[in-house]
Design a protein around this ligand. Structure first.
Ligand SMILES: CC(C)(COP(=O)(O)OP(=O)(O)OC[C@H]1O[C@@H](n2cnc3c(N)ncnc32)[C@H](O)[C@@H]1OP(=O)(O)O)[C@@H](O)C(=O)NCCC(=O)NCCS
Length: 187
């Protein structure tokens, strides 16, 4: 982690309350079609089936997090945004989908997101996942993903993701054994 973040701790500890996660979400996504309300954030924060990494200041003040669970859950629930842009036939119970990665604006571009995704990948591997999938926003988010995820199998540009008017990238990367049927570099 960069020097300026020496006092930020990356941990799997769950937040002490939902309010801090809601605050981070509001700071980054208020007014966006992708905004997730309190009810939507509950499983991300507290469901043990979700891979979770968080960034804390001393005193356990939450300043960032990365959370998500099995890709199959998102496909099974036919979340159009995930299902429509997933490569056809790709549904693998050992893939974890990054539902959200974000940090407080005052911590943007200070190395926190990189550390969060690194820890998320480590924890996902421990939980038995062999692949990470996710929609990563063009810019810092995509840059972090490309930096951290070494075994990228697909990187599919999604223009106007979720009617945000922004470009995202659907990435699938191996964090374990290669998945049969998806050769490196497939797009
Ligand atoms: C995305 C996010 C979690 C990344 O965390 P972060 O702490 O800012 O990221 P880091 O500082 O670890 O790394 C950012 C990288 O992106 C680069 N970057 C920053 N802005 C960029 C841009 N507009 N285009 C390309 N790269 C950019 C930085 O230079 C850095 O790369 P480097 O380490 O090679 O120099 C954070 O910026 C955030 O919360 N953004 C708002 C919410 C959001 O967009 N979430 C993602 C939705 S998929």
């Amino acid at each position: 982690m960069r020097q300026e973040n020496f006092n930020v701790l990356i941990s799997t500890r769950r937040p002490r309350s939902l309010d801090e996660m809601v605050g981070i979400e509001e700071a980054n996504f208020a007014g966006s079609p992708l905004f997730q309300g309190r009810d939507q954030l509950v499983p991300l924060a507290f469901n043990p089936k979700y891979v979770f990494a968080a960034a804390y200041l001393p005193g356990w003040k939450l300043v960032g997090y990365c959370s998500g669970t099995a890709l199959e859950k998102y496909l099974d629930e036919e979340l159009p945004l995930v299902a429509e842009t997933s490569p056809k036939g790709f549904s693998h119970s050992a893939s974890v989908y990054v539902e959200s990665i974000e940090c407080s604006p005052e911590f943007h571009n200070r190395g926190v997101g990189t550390s969060l995704l690194n820890r998320f990948a480590t924890e996902a591997t421990k939980m038995g996942f062999t692949h990470i999938a996710g929609h990563f926003r063009e810019g810092a988010s995509h840059r972090v993903a490309v930096k951290v995820l070494k075994g990228i199998l697909v990187d599919i540009p999604v223009i106007n993701y979720g009617d945000t008017g922004e470009k995202y990238h659907y990435l699938i990367a191996t964090i374990g054994k290669p998945l049969p049927g998806l050769a490196p570099g497939t797009s």
